[in-house]
Design a protein around this ligand. Structure first.
Ligand code: HAX
Length: 464
């Protein structure tokens, strides 16, 4: 047996790529490499020659372009307009900020009020919101097995992976899965899904805080400030569990979570949750899949990438940079084949209203305004669109929410950039999980779009 293992390993040899990076090589990989150029050329040819050819009601461009433009997902809570941005039941973010209950007069709206609104389309009263906060706080504790599971993970494992693992593990106690196994009728699916969703949203602050302490504070579960205040709102409990008691941070977190709650159904995390849920996987497995999508650098990981990018830029340019210094740095990034994180969007064609709301919030706070790193982010937001326009590729050269959210977390003292997407993941639970309840209420079917090979596309679009 050891001989066999050694033989298997000898098939995987390291080799250097054209860029000098070290990759493994094997007979299978070599065989694959020989067919890649032809397939890449075929893709380019099909894109070039047949993008506008029809495949039924759709075009080849829809299929090859990441399903852009296909209207194919039912999503009740929000719709994203390329020019006006996100609307929650037809209501803009700014309107929501005026309509929804706040924790205190003049304070920010409560994310659980946003959840109520997303789920029902009705603005909750202050009392209804308080009741929901209390329901969530009541279920906020983590089961022991999840605490032990998190304690067993290596600190070097990315916090998003840890979050996805822990959320998936909560399915141990899924009411939906338990009742499904007993033959629950379809008409009742939504009720146990609702209960699971509340359980999951309730536990996310404690899960995310536990991951934070395990990774960055090196604490064991026993020494953590695991005190859930049953009379506190959801974001206040999250902040407290993180050990962040600054009232301004708590209010910022309420705003952050509310505006990140939903961004219609086609983005990777929302769609992944919806897709996995369509197989009747429970809410925990479904949102774990969503989190794994959120962890990609073109999606939610951009929040982490932006701050790393800005910190690196800060080190490489003069202390008081001119716009030209910043433009030169951005060009160097683009010329090396990388994207400018925090800029562009698959749907939006104007600056992201979530960015605008966060920017207004920040500009009104003298301590944030005076922060050097914030000033750099602000200056980049003036320079980057012009650079991206001259670069000529990006359909939307404007900042998205991720270009600003990280520097605000940094300002408030969360310096661990790899944690930023976790905060996003806690906030983003609201929309996809509200929709999952509707998926069950409406009895939506399992998703099963049709896929085609390049060869089949050529056959279907050839004129005989
Ligand atoms: N910097 C450099 N190039 C960019 C770019 C950017 N910020 N945004 C888009 N482009 C490039 C694309 O890579 C693409 O190039 P290729 O043709 O060589 O592939 C070209 O411009 C056209 O892309 P697009 O149509 O404008 O954008 P897509 O719909 O393909 O992609 C992305 C949208 C958000 C993925 C893209 O703009 C991007 O990579 N942005 C940077 C990463 C980022 O900020 N992601 C967060 C987005 C918001 C979000 O989901 N938050 O969770």
């Amino acid at each position: 047996m050891p001989g066999l293992v050694a033989a298997a390993f000898s098939l995987v040899r390291p080799c250097l790529s054209a860029h000098g990076r070290r990759y493994s090589s094997s007979a299978l990989k070599t065989a694959l490499q020989t067919v890649i150029p032809e397939k890449r050329a075929l893709l380019q040819q099909v894109k070039f020659e047949r993008a506008n050819a029809s495949l039924g009601d759709d075009k080849v461009a829809n299929l090859l372009g990441g399903m852009r433009g296909l209207q194919s997902i039912l999503w009740e809570g929000s719709v994203l307009d390329p020019n006006n941005g996100i609307r929650f039941h037809g209501t803009s973010i700014r309107q929501c900020l005026k309509l929804l209950p706040t924790a205190s007069p003049g304070g920010q709206i409560l994310p659980e009020a946003m959840f109520w609104f997303l789920l029902t389309g009705k603005v909750p009263t202050a009392e209804q919101t308080r009741q929901l906060s209390a329901d969530l706080a009541l279920q906020a504790d983590l089961p022991d097995y999840v605490t032990r599971l998190l304690d067993s993970l290596p600190r070097s494992l990315h916090p998003m992976t840890q979050l996805a693992i822990a959320v998936a593990a909560l399915n141990h106690d899924s009411k939906f899965s338990r009742l499904y196994a007993t033959g629950m009728p379809k008409s009742e699916y939504w009720e146990s899904t609702f209960d699971d969703v509340i359980t999951l949203i309730a536990k996310l602050p404690a899960l995310a805080a536990k991951i934070y302490h395990n990774i960055y504070n090196y604490a064991t579960s026993d020494s953590l400030p695991h005190v859930i205040d049953r009379s506190a709102d959801w974001a206040l409990n999250y902040a407290n569990l993180l050990g962040m008691h600054n009232a301004n941070f708590v209010d910022f977190l309420r705003l952050y979570c509310s505006i990140h709650a939903d961004h219609e159904g086609g983005n990777v995390s929302a769609h992944a949750t919806h897709l996995v849920g369509s197989a009747l996987s429970d809410s925990f497995l479904s949102y774990s899949a969503g989190l794994q999508g959120l962890a990609g650098p073109l999606h939610g990981l951009a929040a982490q990438e932006v701050l790393r990018f800005v910190l690196q830029m800060q080190k490489s340019i003069p202390q008081h940079p001119s716009n030209d210094d910043i433009a030169a740095y951005l060009w160097a990034t683009l010329n090396s084949g990388r994207v400018i994180p925090g800029y562009g969007h698959a749907v939006l064609r104007r600056p992201d209203p979530r960015f605008e709301v966060l920017m207004e919030y920040a500009l009104a706070k003298p301590d944030i305004f005076g922060d050097d790193l914030f000033q750099l982010v602000l200056q980049i937001s003036h320079v980057a669109p012009e650079v991206l326009i001259s670069h000529g590729k990006t359909a939307n050269p404007y900042p998205n929410v991720d270009s600003l959210s990280g520097v605000l977390l940094y300002h408030f003292g969360i310096r661990e950039t790899s944690y930023y997407t976790v905060v996003f993941g806690v906030a983003r639970s609201m929309g996809p999980l509200a929709q999952l309840i509707w998926d069950r209420v409406l009895g939506l079917p399992i998703e099963r779009p049709k896929s085609l090979s390049l060869q089949k596309i050529i056959e279907l679009t050839s004129i005989n």
